[in-house]
Design a protein around this ligand. Sequence first.
Ligand code: SAH
Length: 254
Amino acid sequence: MSGKLSIVGLGPGDDRYLTREALDALGEATALYGYGAYLDRIRSRAGQSRYASDNREEAERARAALSHAASGVNVAIVSGGDPGVFAMAASVCEEIAAGLDSWRALDVTIVPGITAMLAAAARAGAPLGHDFCALSLSDNLKPWELIERRLDAASGAGFVIALYNPVSRARPWQLGKAFARLARHLPGTTPVIFGRAVGRGDEAVTVTTLAGASDTPADMATLIIVGSRETRIIDREGRTPLVYTPRAVEEAIA
Ligand code: SAH
């Protein structure tokens, strides 16, 4: 019996962000796994079973889905945004690497989705128009010292930085420390974008500067983009500003 496992990105928000490929994969699956809030976004189909789990139980969810698929069932695991960006696809690969031979034999498909960084960037203009990187601020899976080193390296090298997982109830101080760290390398006028719940009904996008960033509210549904020295803001009368990073850099920066 050969099962199938699809790891499906739902995009950042409502149905409009679902790709045709994702819709097909969800429609063909007979079992759906995922964080409850993500599963709630998907229309149910007769004969399809659902296995909701807590957001933090990724390894367990991956193993359960792999075992289920290995029994010959077409299983889909869902992720918000893109499943390969700080999400389920890597967890599933980790479990396959450490797990049963039958898991390696499975037909595994990863269906990409629009990641929060791209959705937030599009709302603000073109802040990712030149070199950029993405960093998770969560120190649950890596030491805080490593995050600080990466913030130093990325801002010092001129990358625009997308910050995922900026704050949570258990991590209240990390974001303020991250802004202070970035201010060692970047001027206070550096544009900073806060994209909250992008693609959902309660979406809010704020454009500020590094100097004003610590006074801007952020939560677990916020994606933050910190510009580089090249990133600029175009103010527009009666319209929200456009933030962009030009395509070319003239001089090598230290
Ligand atoms: N796989 C997801 C990211 C998971 S990490 C993706 O590709 O988008 C979770 C973090 O993603 C959140 O803390 C937040 O920083 C960001 N995020 C996810 N959805 C978002 C949305 N709709 N608006 C803004 N940020 C979002």
